[in-house]
Structure formats: structure tokens, C-alpha cells
Write a protein that binds this ligand. Structure first.
Ligand SMILES: *[C@@H]1O[C@H](CO)[C@@H](O)[C@H](O)[C@H]1NC(C)=O
Ligand SMILES: *[C@@H]1O[C@H](CO)[C@@H](O)[C@H](O)[C@H]1NC(C)=O
Ligand SMILES: *[C@@H]1O[C@H](CO)[C@@H](O)[C@H](O)[C@H]1NC(C)=O
Ligand SMILES: *[C@@H]1O[C@H](CO)[C@@H](O)[C@H](O)[C@H]1NC(C)=O
Ligand SMILES: *[C@@H]1O[C@H](CO)[C@@H](O)[C@H](O)[C@H]1NC(C)=O
Ligand SMILES: *[C@@H]1O[C@H](CO)[C@@H](O)[C@H](O)[C@H]1NC(C)=O
Ligand SMILES: *[C@@H]1O[C@H](CO)[C@@H](O)[C@H](O)[C@H]1NC(C)=O
Length: 536
């Protein structure tokens, strides 16, 4: 039994085993080198509060285990970015200049992170984000930026796979008109295009939109034939949107709603209003898969947590990796010189805002990048300074009545694609696995599970498809033979091979297409007929 209690951590090729302990840090830090860590979060937001508490838990757990370490991360320098990029940037500057932080965690959103990342590059201070996923903030272009959370780009394949699995060929995308929202959409559209699914309409929604603004836009979308709607928003705006969509009667049979990772991950965070949960009944979502390991279960028990959050787990794992890296650096630098990680070369000044270039930044960055960790969120591993997230789970929101507000209905893995269960190595998901997944889904409006929505409907009742046909005064009547009313040009009788093929094709469609034939007014060529399409 004891063996199950052992939590093993593989770091830099060493395997260290220990039993988790409930004890917290001794507090005897007198002989320890304190390493100041700056933290910038929106302390009023769910992510901010949660991030703060997971960071504190990580520091406590880590030094309870590695009590003999000579260094101590000290994340005491916390600042509130109050959702403002300028406040976030000045907080970063203040932390770097005055508090002399060696590492900065946050800022939280992609907007806020943007400026801080530039400052980090100048001062050579690693900026670690646990929640800024936008592809527009690329670690590739920012040598001191580390993304210790999933980058949004990686969810494109799972999302595209969902469209492919259900054969939806058209989509509407509703997204937040921010750095976060705009960053993903071009990549997503391209990827859908590759499987011949067209994004027919994009709807950017500003976070400052009123309820009326959003409702109006929803009415526009409701009038469209496409019923597959992908939502890429943060929790605040997204939960508002779903309540309004429900009100507009759009969370109902025939509709397909899919949310990206941000909403799938964050909705579990704050105990949401019942109203929001109910409005999302039948919605599909993707989010990074976290294996339910013994380590994770022990963590929950130790801290008496009812539910966990992915961003929190990433923050926790980041602190562990960071604490390890800092200790290793201090060993190295203590041999070479008296310089330690907690002091900086104050003779080197940056060109901007009197920033002092950090001496330890580069080394820290390197150590962090070579860190491998069996963390709470699974394997913690940075690839090109970005956390590698490979497996996704597909979830189905179930409303508040069913007890659990969401259910995992399947998984997505690279090379294997979508399946109902986590397929083992080498196996590829088979068609019966996909059938099983489809049957697990409850669609909006409690739609019968075996028949997924088609994703679009025929136009409003009364409207008919208008089909132009050439007059058949000349040519082979075997192909097309029509009689028409010379007053209205409506075709009264039609026959021939071309007509038969057309009708056979209509029969193959799983729905009816009301239609009418019209003879062309003049003895038109096919070119003239095509011109009539332009004239509608
Ligand atoms: C923590 O306290 C225990 C017992 O009081 C002691 O043996 C240990 O050395 C202390 N650890 C540190 C890091 O001071
Ligand atoms: C909301 O609607 C009002 C009135 O139509 C308009 O003036 C305003 O610009 C809209 N706001 C946004 C964020 O779209
Ligand atoms: C630092 O010194 C210790 C003890 O002399 C030695 O074991 C270790 O390898 C040295 N580390 C480096 C990076 O030189
Ligand atoms: C500190 O900065 C000065 C001036 O750029 C440089 O000459 C010196 O090598 C730096 N010290 C260290 C330890 O890197
Ligand atoms: C297909 O997958 C399902 C679920 O993973 C499994 O039970 C079944 O045996 C598989 N069938 C074949 C033919 O591989
Ligand atoms: C339509 O044309 C076909 C073939 O020429 C003919 O058999 C049929 O009676 C016609 N129907 C009407 C309503 O004129
Ligand atoms: C169409 O062409 C035929 C034969 O060339 C002619 O008899 C007929 O009057 C033309 N109809 C119109 C509407 O121009």
C-alpha cells in the first residue's frame, strides 16, 4: 500500500521519491536565499484568485518536501492588474525595478501579457504565463516568454476533428473581439477550410457589448441557415452569451454549439449561476486532458479541494519546475562566483526605463526548458518554451438537473484522432468507437442522440429554391423538355434526362428542398442563365 503513496518526480534525470506530507514549511528561512518572484494577476477574477492560491499551495508543498534546499521562491510581490494592460505593464516595471524580482508570473490575459513580455525581453527576466493562450503572443518571437499553459493553437486539430466526425460543412464563429479572441480565428478558419468546412459568418463581439447588442447579433445569426456555432470566448462574456442565446431560443433542437478550451476550462471554476449552466445544456467543448493520477488525488485530499482547475494545476506545476531550476542555478553559480541567483549585475543597465538586466535570467530560462516533471497536470514539459499539451477530452454540458454539469464523452489524441475511450498505444479509433461517442452526446433541446443535427436547415417556410431552365425550342428534347406559362414564365411541365438526374440527386438529400422551375424570358444561352444567379 505504501508504494501507492509514493509520489515520484523525475527531474533532470534524477528520480526522487517521497511521501506527501501535510506539514507546511518550517518557516526557518534564515539561512535560505530568498528568490523574489513577481506575480501579476487580476485578483478579482476567478483565475486570479485561483492562481494565487495554487501558487501558495505549490510553494508550501514543494518546500515541505525539499526542506533542505538552499533557495526559497518568494512569491510575495503580488500585484493586481485590474484587467488593464497599462496597469499590468506598470506593475511589471515596478516589480522588476523596485522589487528586483527574478521571475515574473502572469499577467493573466493575452492583452495584459503583451507589454510585460516586451519588458521581460529587455530586462532578460523570464515572464511565465499560466493563462495567456493567444497565438499572437509567440514564445518564438519573445526569448524570455514562457507559456506554461496550453497555447490556443493546439486545440485547432481537436476542434477540426469534431467537424470532420459529424460531417458539418458550414460553421458560424462567434468570438471575443480581443487579442485573445482574434488571435485564434484565422488559424481555425484555415484548418476548417482544409476539410472543406466553410466559416460562413464571423461575429466578433466586443467585451463592452450590452445585452441588447449581443441579442441583436444573435437574432442576425438565428436568421441564417447554418446552425453549427463555434464560440471562442472567455468565461465572463461567454456565460452572458449563452444565457441570451437560450433566451433567443437558439439552444434548441437542430443547433450545434461548440466551445473552445477557455470556456470549457473556466466554466468549472466559479460556481456558476444555475441559469448559465442550464443555458449550456447540450453544448460540446474541448479541453486539455488531465490524467486522474494518484498524485492528483492526494493533492485534492491534502488541500481538501472539491474541484480542481486546469489553470491552477499549470500554475502549481510551474512553481515546482521553477523552484527546482532556481535551486540548481544557485548550486552552479555558488561555485563560479559569489554571485547568486538572488543578486543582479547592477552595473549593467537596460536602455529602457532604467531596467537592470538580470544576470540569472538566461540561466534560469535554460534550466526551466530542460525540466521534466510528473506534475499534477500530467507531464510538465516545455517545447520551445511552451507547455506541451497533447491529449484533449471532449465534453458535453448537461445542465444543472443531471447533477454533473458536464460529462466527458470522448478524447482526441494526435495521430489517432477522436475516440470514445483513451485508445492505447498503436491502436487507432475504429468506427464502432465513434458510434459509441455519438450515442453519448445529448444535443441541445434533448435532441435524440443517435441522429446528430445536420448543422443547417432549409430556408424559412414558403421560400422555394428558384431554378432557371433554358427554353427548349431548339436542341434535344430528350435532355430537357419544358412547357411554361408565357405570362409568369413558370414551368408547367418538365421532363427529360437532365431533369431525372436532378430529381434523383434531390432524393438522396436527407431533407426536402421545395423548388420551382422558371423558363428564361429570352432564348438565353447558359451564360445568360448564370447571369440570372447574380440577379438572384
Ligand atoms: C524543520 O523542522 C524540523 C523539526 O523541527 C527540523 O528537523 C528541520 O531541520 C527543519 N527544516 C528546516 C528546513 O529548517
Ligand atoms: C451597442 O449598440 C449601440 C446602439 O445600437 C451602439 O451605439 C454601440 O456601439 C454598440 N456597442 C457595441 C460594443 O457594439
Ligand atoms: C560545485 O561544487 C561542487 C562541490 O565542489 C561540485 O560537486 C559540483 O559539481 C560543482 N558544480 C558545478 C556546476 O561546477
Ligand atoms: C556585469 O556587467 C558588466 C558591464 O556590462 C560586465 O562587464 C560584467 O561582466 C557583468 N558581470 C557579470 C558577472 O556578468
Ligand atoms: C473498436 O473500439 C471499441 C472501443 O474502443 C472496442 O471495444 C472494439 O473492440 C473495437 N473493435 C475493433 C474491431 O477493433
Ligand atoms: C407532361 O409531359 C409528359 C411527357 O411529355 C406528359 O406525359 C404529361 O402528360 C404532361 N403533363 C402535363 C400535366 O401536361
Ligand atoms: C426563340 O427562338 C425560336 C427559334 O429560334 C423563335 O421561334 C422564338 O420566337 C424565340 N423566342 C423568343 C422569346 O425570342
Amino acid at each position: 500500500m505504501a508504494i501507492h503513496l509514493i509520489l515520484s518526480i523525475i527531474l533532470f534525470g534524477l528520480t526522487l521519491c517521497f511521501e506527501p506530507s501535510n506539514s507546511v514549511e518550517n518557516g526557518s528561512t534564515g539561512s535560505k536565499k530568498m528568490v523574489p518572484v513577481g506575480v501579476i494577476l487580476d485578483q478579482d477574477s476567478g483565475v486570479g484568485k485561483m492562481g494565487k492560491s495554487y501558487i501558495a499551495m505549490a510553494v508550501s508543498d514543494f518546500y515541505a518536501r525539499y526542506a533542505d534546499y538552499k533557495t526559497r521562491l518568494n512569491p510575495a510581490a503580488m500585484k493586481n492588474s485590474v484587467k488593464d494592460p497599462v496597469v499590468a505593464a506598470s506593475a511589471a516595471l515596478e516589480l522588476m525595478k523596485n522589487e528586483r524580482v527574478q521571475i515574473l508570473i502572469g499577467p493573466q490575459t493575452s492583452e495584459e501579457a503583451k507589454f510585460a513580455i516586451n519588458l521581460g525581453n529587455k530586462a532578460q527576466i523570464p515572464i511565465i504565463s499560466i493563462s495567456a493562450p493567444s497565438p499572437s503572443l509567440s514564445p518564438n518571437q519573445n526569448p524570455f516568454f514562457i507559456r506554461a499553459c496550453q497555447g490556443d493553437y493546439s486545440q485547432i486539430k481537436p476542434l477540426t476533428s469534431i467537424f470532420q466526425t459529424f460531417g458539418w460543412r458550414q460553421a458560424i464563429v462567434i468570438y471575443e473581439d480581443t487579442e485573445f479572441g482574434n488571435g485564434l480565428i484565422p488559424y481555425l478558419t484555415d484548418s476548417l477550410q482544409q476539410i472543406e468546412t466553410r466559416v460562413l459568418y464571423r461575429s466578433p463581439i466586443s467585451p463592452s457589448s450590452t445585452r441588447l447588442n449581443i441579442s441583436k447579433e444573435l437574432e442576425n445569426i438565428k436568421a441564417m441557415d447554418t446552425k453549427v456555432i463555434l464560440v471562442h470566448m472567455t468565461a465572463l462574456l461567454g456565460s452572458q452569451l449563452f444565457v441570451l442565446a437560450k433566451h433567443a431560443g437558439m439552444i434548441s433542437e437542430g443547433y450545434v454549439w461548440i466551445v473552445t478550451t477557455e470556456l470549457s476550462t473556466l466554466l468549472g471554476l466559479d460556481p456558476l449561476e444555475k441559469k448559465v449552466i442550464d443555458s449550456m445544456h447540450g453544448v460540446l467543448g474541448v479541453r486539455a486532458y488531465v490524467p486522474n493520477t494518484k498524485t492528483l488525488q492526494d493533492f485534492k485530499t491534502r488541500w481538501n479541494l472539491k474541484r480542481i482547475n486546469l489553470f491552477g494545476l499549470w500554475a502549481y506545476d510551474t512553481i515546482w519546475a521553477l523552484a527546482k531550476a532556481v535551486e540548481l542555478i544557485s548550486h552552479e553559480s555558488s561555485n563560479a562566483s559569489t554571485q547568486s541567483v538572488s543578486s543582479r549585475n547592477s552595473t549593467t543597465t537596460g536602455k529602457v526605463f532604467g531596467l537592470i538586466v538580470s544576470e540569472s535570467g538566461k540561466g534560469l530560462l535554460q534550466k526551466l526548458q530542460s525540466t521534466r516533471l510528473e506534475g499534477l497536470s500530467g507531464q510538465f514539459r516545455l517545447i520551445r518554451r511552451q507547455l506541451k499539451v497533447e491529449k484533449y477530452e471532449i465534453i458535453n454540458f448537461r445542465g444543472s438537473k443531471s447533477g454533473e454539469s458536464e460529462t466527458v464523452i470522448g478524447y482526441w489524441m494526435p495521430k489517432k484522432g477522436i475516440s470514445a475511450d483513451l485508445v492505447e498505444n498503436g491502436k487507432v479509433a475504429n468506427s464502432s468507437s465513434l458510434e459509441e461517442l455519438k450515442q453519448r452526446i445529448i444535443w441541445p433541446g434533448n435532441h435524440h442522440p443517435q441522429v446528430p443535427p445536420k448543422g443547417w436547415v432549409i430556408p424559412a417556410p414558403g421560400k422555394k429554391l428558384r431554378i432557371g431552365v433554358p427554353q427548349t425550342t431548339a436542341g434535344f428534347r430528350e435532355f430537357l423538355n419544358i412547357k411554361w406559362d408565357p405570362e409568369t414564365f413558370k414551368v408547367t411541365n418538365i421532363s427529360g434526362f437532365s431533369y431525372d438526374v436532378f430529381m434523383a440527386a434531390l432524393d438522396q438529400l436527407p431533407f426536402k428542398v421545395p423548388h420551382e422551375f422558371f423558363a428564361d424570358e429570352n432564348n438565353a444561352t447558359y451564360d445568360d442563365l448564370l447571369y440570372q444567379i447574380k440577379l438572384q
